[in-house]
Write a protein that binds this ligand. Structure first.
Ligand SMILES: [Zn+2]
Length: 287
């Protein structure tokens, strides 16, 4: 398992914000102190600006350098654009590693799946997974699927990939919940699986299994995973019901698709996040 991460992604913080550097620091410790899953660590390469501009406007990149908050959830930080670009770079490296036949996870922040083409929102500034999916499609991949199991709807990914040839989005999320979208399918390629708050674990698993079956029927050539761990039963930001072994099952199910696969960290705010990530990665690795 290759883990792409960078000390620099813990360099910014906002008091009391749930999307905090400790999420990554605790996961480094967890992964370094275990021996069941052999890990190769790497740092992201320099970022490819052209890849970012397939998903975002130049005006949006300029806005990320201004010291003004975007909304209450999404503060501005000094050097924010550099942090966001490093997270994108890790996603693009994960794509390359997947194409080379590696199992790979991008352990970076900020997350990306709420970021729109020209708007930061929901802790997200640049849409890492959409940028990587468009890069894959632009460089010859056919039928690129984004599978988003974060408890929140991947609204930014949907907006950026909507009706894009050779791309599709499958998002399983709580509704009603932030950001309030994802109630129905959109266009020819965005498939949404909304679940009410407090959905039972059995029903949640059933809907995830349906989405995985739909993903398989799409016959993807490559799968990018928005891996959020906030559908966990004890996550403080939503009312999901999944347990650690469900994330193992998700990793295992995605591996069984038998196509190049890479995963990027999105949300996950419980103290158990490091354990949930490790469990998911064991499933992806087939351990
Ligand atoms: Zn989330």
């Amino acid at each position: 398992m290759r883990i792409i991460t960078d000390e620099r992604c813990t360099g910014y913080s906002h008091p009391g914000h749930p999307e905090r550097a400790e999420r990554i620091i605790a996961t480094w410790e967890k992964l370094r102190c275990q021996t069941e899953l052999p890990i190769t660590w790497s740092q992201p390469s320099p970022c490819d600006e052209a890849a970012i501009l397939r998903a975002h406007t130049p005006e949006h990149l300029a806005r990320l350098t201004k010291p003004e908050d975007f909304d209450d959830d999404t503060p501005s930080y000094p050097n924010l654009l550099e942090y966001a670009r490093a997270s994108v770079a890790a996603a693009l490296d994960a794509l390359k590693a997947a194409r080379a036949g590696e199992t790979v996870f991008s352990l970076m922040r900020p997350p990306g799946h709420h970021a729109l083409r020209s708007r930061a929102m929901g802790f997200c500034y640049l849409n890492n997974v959409a940028i990587a999916a468009l890069e894959a499609a632009a460089t010859g991949a056919k039928r690129v699927a984004v599978f988003d199991f974060d408890v929140h709807h991947g609204n930014g990914t949907e907006a950026i990939l909507l009706n894009k040839p050779d791309c599709a989005l499958f998002s399983i999320h709580q509704f009603p919940c932030y950001p309030g979208t994802g109630t129905r399918n959109l266009g020819s390629n965005c498939f949404n699986y909304p679940l009410p708050p407090q959905t039972s674990r059995a029903e949640y698993r059933h809907v995830l299994a349906s989405a995985l079956e739909h993903l398989r029927a799409y016959k993807p050539g490559l799968v990018a995973v928005s891996a959020g761990f906030d559908a966990y039963a004890r996550d403080p930001l939503a009312q999901g019901s999944l347990e650690a072994e469900d994330f193992y099952w998700l990793g295992q199910s995605l591996r069984k698709l038998g196509v190049p696969l890479f995963s990027l960290l999105e949300g996950g705010y419980s103290a158990e996040l490091p354990e949930l990530i490790l469990t998911y990665l064991k499933g992806v690795e087939g351990k």
